[in-house]
Design a protein around this ligand. Structure first.
Ligand SMILES: Nc1ncnc2c1ncn2[C@@H]1O[C@H](COP(=O)(O)OP(=O)(O)O)[C@@H](O)[C@H]1O
Ligand SMILES: [Mg+2]
Length: 222
């Protein structure tokens, strides 16, 4: 087992066949594991998500999927095809019946399956076709507003890949909709505020990081 790159919270290792994801971060570990497990088991076939292979306490065993990490491809100057593919997959995800994944949420609410940390940071791609081979890290999934995931994907690009901001048109082109900047900015700021609140009792460094992220988000113009 070797540690996998581009993890942010948890201890994630793989041997090429199986990934062992151990939930870390100190807050809501059991809830995040339960969310990821439930959603992976309920999403319909056809979406590029790993099969659950085992459920040891405090961890999940997942099928290790192939592909190049989205962050690495963007760093190689390939933001345009990567973001188009992100948008296309998001459109497909939002066609899933939300009540199948989150029983108790009726489709009539206008809510959809929100991944909750949607972006190239949690996706692998075929390096020739740029098709998404893996959409990972479902621990923040919830029923919610369709703007949330597209706004967060944009946020990841603006905050972590500023040179790729010019390629964001591809994200909206693939998705098929470009929600207003006011709604996108509000959705991204709300997620940052959620993390500020989450870390209110510490750790202080994490709280400061999210306060900075929130301030940056509110300072952006489209
Ligand atoms: N099933 C999987 N197949 C292939 N790579 C994976 C898989 N699960 C995780 N990874 C790799 O490990 C990284 C971290 O996993 P992730 O679930 O995103 O944890 P974190 O919550 O810590 O970000 C991913 O960005 C990806 O590179
Ligand atoms: Mg992740």
């Amino acid at each position: 087992m070797r540690p996998l790159r581009h993890g942010y919270t948890n201890d994630t290792q793989g041997d090429g066949v199986v990934v062992v994801k151990r939930y870390r971060g100190g807050i809501d570990e059991a809830l995040r594991r339960a969310t990821e497990l439930e959603v992976l088991e309920r999403l319909p076939a056809g979406l590029p998500v790993p099969k659950v292979l085992g459920v040891p306490e405090g961890a999940l065993h997942l099928e290790q999927l192939p592909g190049m990490h989205g962050q690495d491809l963007i760093d190689q100057g390939l933001a345009r095809p990567v973001l188009r593919s992100c948008g296309e997959l998001l459109r497909r995800l939002q066609q899933v019946d939300v009540s199948r994944v989150f029983p108790g949420t009726s489709a009539g609410t206008g809510w959809v399956v929100v991944h909750g940390d949607f972006g190239p940071n949690n996706m692998l791609f075929d390096q020739d076709t740029f098709r998404v081979t893996a959409l990972l890290d479902w621990e923040w999934a919830h029923p919610g507003d369709p703007v949330e995931d597209v706004a967060w994907c944009e946020w990841i690009v603006r905050r972590h890949h500023p040179k790729a901001v010019d390629a964001l048109g591809e994200l909206f082109g693939g998705y098929g909709v470009r929600p207003s900047w006011a709604r996108r900015r509000q959705a991204a700021a709300a997620r940052c505020q959620g993390f500020v609140d989450r870390f209110r009792a510490g750790p202080a460094a994490a709280r400061r990081e999210w306060q900075d992220n929130l301030a940056a988000t509110l300072s952006w113009a489209e």
